[in-house]
Design a protein. Structure first.
Length: 488
């Protein structure tokens, strides 16, 4: 079936570096959104567990990492809400704009509202806004390329470069602001970054063309009242669980993991059962299932950058640089350095190879195996005490993180845009982000099992289990490729 974007009247294509000019706008917006997102998240864990005298909230360390993991999962859980708004109400293009505004308001809340009240309000707003923006801006990238356009994987890799430029600069600057001025100034800097991204998006919206401006599956007027009632009931239920003590800060990561996993199963069932999905599209959705699971495992490991490895950076890494001690938040900026350096290389490789490049299942398998190997590389540094792990050594390990990420993440974004049924284009992207959500919240769950005194068992178990999953995906590649129905 032809891509839905084929039905959109396209103006004569204007390009930049051989890609549609709209990619430059989306590249910049996502750069600033990730600047704010990772800049805030880079200092969040420390804000939660540092002592009051150090500017923090003095929560138990395990509770802090649970909150961060749950928040990460909630961001990706909310992508389904943002995707639904885009598909059924206002279109992807306007949802990106509204989501960015909500993100900015969330960072402002963290900056100006003290204590847990500011954390609660700020994280809810950032999660909702970022979820709405992330799924839809990624889908907009897909609309820039016609079906079969061999530039698509390279375009997504370049777009991914923008994500990582923001992820690199954000923690550097917010970390410095936190050390020099305090946590709330760091959160305020994140808000400024999102404001810059919004301004750029508004000025250059015309470069995106007509794609994404209208909902693909408009909600009938007759269904809007009932839908609003359902939303209110769900919101009331969430509030009730918080006030009754069923959900606590300590078990929040477990709860979010369960909710996203259950929602994923339901979402797959809804898409597969829909009469708007053709037989070929249904086969492609089935092919997506093992990729979904592999992606969840990958991000369970990767997102420990903000839970286990954040604590590791604070307590086990030697950040002394020529007599000056760098902030532990700079760990978050080390991996994006490698992404920035290697993204153009990978984009060139995929462009040159074209249809001869490894298939999507093979790329996924290699990415997962690489992430498992990266965790095993921590083993030589286990058993030490205090801040004995050189920052330079971890920088080298994070190069393996980056190579694994480039094998899997931009390819996953591209593959999802190609495997998505026409009627569920943005919502399929939200389902992809559900897998990242499961991984993000699981990173908070696993953090409870980490201890500096038992690092050998922790890193070893995580590494071996992840490699096994990658090998399983590789073994399934004929089954997956057959159901992808010609999608490479």
């Amino acid at each position: 079936m032809p891509d839905v974007t084929d039905a959109v009247e396209r103006p004569p294509e204007r390009t930049i570096f051989g890609h549609p000019i709209g990619l430059a706008n989306l590249f910049g917006v996502e750069l600033w959104e990730r600047f704010s997102f990772y800049g805030m998240q880079g200092i969040l864990t420390y804000y939660l567990y540092y002592t009051v005298t150090d500017g923090g909230l003095a929560l138990p360390q395990s509770t802090a990492t649970s909150i961060v993991g749950a928040y990460g999962g909630a961001v990706y859980l909310s992508t389904v809400f943002g995707a639904w708004i885009a598909d059924r109400l206002v279109g992807m293009e306007r949802t990106v704009l509204y989501g960015g505004v909500v993100v900015m308001l969330g960072h402002i809340s963290l900056a100006v509202v003290p204590g847990l009240a500011g954390v609660g309000l700020g994280l809810v707003l950032v999660a909702l806004g970022s979820g709405a923006l992330t799924a839809n801006i990624t889908s907009l990238v897909g609309t820039l390329y016609a079906e079969g356009d061999t530039r698509r994987d390279a375009g997504f890799t370049l777009y991914y470069l923008g994500i990582n430029v923001g992820a690199f600069v954000g923690p550097l600057l917010t970390g410095l602001a936190q050390v020099q001025l305090g946590f709330h100034y760091g959160f305020g800097l994140a808000a400024i970054g999102m404001a810059v991204g919004l301004a750029q998006y508004v000025v250059y919206r015309r470069n995106l063309g007509a794609a994404g401006r209208a909902p693909t599956n408009p909600l009938p007027e007759s269904a809007r009242v009932a839908t609003a009632a359902i939303v209110l009931v769900v919101a009331a239920a969430v509030v009730a669980t918080l006030f009754t003590g069923v959900v606590t800060l300590a078990n929040l990561a477990w709860v979010i993991t369960g909710v996203i996993a259950a929602a994923s199963v339901v979402y797959f069932a809804v898409i597969l059962a829909s009469k708007k999905v053709t037989g070929v599209e249904r086969g492609r959705v089935w092919a997506f299932v093992p990729l979904f699971i592999a992606n969840a495992v990958f991000w369970t490991m990767f997102q420990q950058m903000f839970t286990v490895l954040a604590v590791y950076s604070d307590e086990r890494m030697d950040w002394n640089i020529l007599g000056w001690t760098a902030p532990p938040t700079w760990l978050q900026s080390e991996e994006p350095i490698w992404i920035i350096l290697l993204s153009p290389v990978f984009a060139l490789i995929w462009t040159k190879l074209g249809t001869r490049a490894p298939t999507t299942p093979v790329k996924f398998a290699l990415g997962v195996i690489g992430m498992g190997a990266a965790f095993l590389l921590f083993l030589p540094f286990t058993g030490g005490t205090g801040k004995s792990t050189p920052a330079l050594a971890v920088h080298g390990i994070l190069a393996v993180f980056a190579i694994s990420e480039l094998m899997l993440s931009p390819i996953g974004l591209s593959a999802t845009s190609k495997l998505a049924p026409d009627a569920f284009r943005a919502q399929m992207m939200a389902l992809y982000f559900f897998s990242i959500g499961v991984g993000s919240s699981m990173a908070g769950v696993l953090a409870r099992f980490y201890s500096p005194t038992d690092e050998l068992a922790y890193f070893g178990t995580c590494g071996v289990a992840t490699i096994v999953v990658g090998l399983a995906v590789y073994a399934l590649k004929p089954w997956i490729s057959h159901r992808m129905q010609g999608v490479h």
